[in-house]
Design a protein around this ligand. Structure first.
Ligand SMILES: [Zn+2]
Length: 129
């Protein structure tokens, strides 16, 4: 069955039609309008959800074995642990996570706090149209 996109009026196969929520409550839309309008609207909506939080921390990272040795709230604690435990060959890295429903999604790693801040800004920009 053929149907019509509620945004651009293009004829589309009903089987491949997309849900236009939250931009429109009724109808269906084509793939192009889904990407251009609906996906961004959903991302923006999720961004404004109170349960979506940002969390940053410092990790001591074992590069060779791709393992995290420890996680810290600040660089100072991580550095002092590196000294105490003589963790040569390990590196500090800053991590930015999004916390959604108690689940942590790391979306950026950086060598410095400043660099991480930049990456967070870039990430947030992608969520706004
Ligand atoms: Zn369309």
């Amino acid at each position: 069955m053929e149907t019509t996109c509620c945004f651009c009026g293009q004829k589309i196969d009903e089987r491949y039609a997309n849900n236009p929520w939250p931009v429109r409550k009724d109808g269906v839309c084509c793939d192009d309008c889904n990407v251009d309008l609906v996906v961004y609207a959903r991302l923006r909506m999720y961004k404004n959800q109170p349960w979506r939080r940002l969390y940053t921390c410092v990790e001591i990272y074992d590069k060779e074995n791709d393992m995290v040795w420890g996680e810290y709230d600040n660089e100072k604690d991580a550095k002092s642990d590196m000294k105490i435990w003589h963790l040569d060959g390990y590196e500090l890295r800053w991590v930015a996570c999004e916390v959604v429903n108690e689940t942590y999604f790391a979306f950026a790693y950086a060598q410095t706090k400043k660099e991480l801040k930049k990456k967070i800004e870039e990430h947030n920009k992608q969520l706004v149209w």
